[in-house]
Write a protein of this length. Sequence first.
Length: 694
Amino acid sequence: MLSALLELKPRDVPVRVALRNTIAIVAPLALSIPGGHTPIGLGIAVGALNTMFIDQPGPYRLRMQRMLLSAVAAAISAYVGYVLGASTILLALAALVIGVAGGLLVALGPNAGRAGLACMILLVISGATPRDPLDALGPSTLFLIGGLLQTLFAIAAWPLQRYRPERQALAQIFQQLGAGARQHADRGSPPPVTQALVDVEDLLHGAHRARGPVMETFRILAEIVERIRIELLALDDLQDALTDGETRRSIERLLDYAARALEAIGTALERGVTPLAAAAAIEGFDAVLDALIALEGDAGSPRLLPVIRARAEGLAGQLRAAVRNADFAGSLGELRATVIEEQLPAALRPGNALQTLRANLGFESVAFRHALRCGVCLAIAVIGERTAGIAHGYWIPMTAAIVLKPDFAGTFRFGLLRVFGTLFGLVFATALVHYALGGVWERVALVGLFAFGFRLLTTVHYGIGVSLLTALLVLLFSFEDVAPAELLPARGIATVIGSALALTAYLVWPTWEHLRVRPTLAAMIDAYRAYVAALLRVDATGRLEARSAARAARTNAQASLERLRGEPRRQRELTTLAEGVFANANRFIRAGMSLEAVLLDARELPERERVAAFATRIDEGFAGLSASLRDHAAVPDLAHLRAEERDLAESLESAGDESRAAVAAAVIEALDRMVDSMDTLAHLMRKAESDPGS
């Protein structure tokens, strides 16, 4: 739990985004000061600050919609707070309702969750200064204007760079694939760029996707990325089975040239230029491929050389296709040919928001339990701080809303980091303003500096972000003639109380991950089963749907495992089991992706009926493992699978010509890895059966 407090994550906010968000905050404040309208500029700045984190990657249409909705909802919450602020009971009821509603929005994703949190914050802040309904319209409208200004900055490039979000997302994937091609990954690790591909699927196929024929090029590129990813994984996995040093070195050189080409394509997409450097890298790739074809074979595994050649040739073809399509995607023109927009696979269609929320209205839902915790905690905090008459007491419910997360590890980490970050930021900003930079324009400059740092670094380390935010708020309050020294004790005490309240609320009614991790892992195994079963069906749409579902299940399982590691007094045996299941299930899916690489190019599958029958045996075995994991049922006996796999391998090895032999060898290797991963999973689960803690 404590190690996460020191963890620094990679920065995922571009400098240009942080800069435009900062301008939307500083500009209204700076423009209002000369005319003596500082309160107006301050209100707009607060509205812009409130909407800042809703500015997330995505199509411009989606970005505009979610930022506008967030700005309107926040303004309404502020208005309700102003009007009901004179009554503790009414404000507490409003906090309960908005807390439950805002907490439930986490079921729709992080962006919706941020919007719900913004509404909670503005409700309790505005409730501290009650107004009559007519007077409340003024500041609420200023908050709305600030949100609209932030939205305008976020979509300003829409007319000039219509497809920039799509190009940037694809560029990031190509660059990540290039970096991954140079690293020999363990077979137990999950396939690379999983979350990035999920995001791109929604970007290119979602309801708010951009329109126009150029989008077809982006979709083609996304499918090429899938093929390249599969070929890279296949080549990387084949290295483990090689004993011949020359063949291994050839694969390493191939992967190095592929990495150069992928990174060059990513750079070209990012800049919107022709990928000339990628074409040069592919020439080097082809030279190494010619040398590989000239090799006589691997002394240890001679049957694998045709497989390696086939995978390398497939990768070369996909790299050339990526270069051709990146040239079109990087230009400002449309495609020369008219294309028909492809239909969206069912698994990629975003779910209806109302249906999603309705499905989460039950105590078994993590989102619903979080929503109730959030609403009750917020209402109690409002009543408590009002009853106690604490100065600037609205910081208590505000802190509780920010700190309280759907899981214990997140609540614990955010709570501690918020306390330490707040205290440091208070001392730092108070000393800076009080002793060094007390002038108006100096404070405006500091507002810009702290806002920029807050936006840029919060995802790197939450404690650093909180320190900068606290300093920023101290400066904003100084424009209302609130002395920084006055905020120091009140804000510090309120932060400690609010964080403690949030953690207490979670401990009183917890949602422990150790009760959920086994079903989540079982759901991942079921999704993997569906993906492998779809490979043997001549159904491209079904394969896409299964692949998308497998990615989502893997993401959920990985998040569940991370939450489990952060729980107090976690059961080590269960954690060991969960980590083993996750790693070996990933070995299975990587073998499946190697099999897909073969089937995509194979004209026919040798012994198709026997392979399909054996695949059914594998599916049945994994179904038993999934049931054992989910329901604590008996672990199935899979000893017969190894013998069946060897019989099938002998039959496949007798395939006729060289092309069929290469396909047969690849299928044998993939099936062997699948059975091996199943044997290991069964062993882990039998071991866990004897330990009640698992």
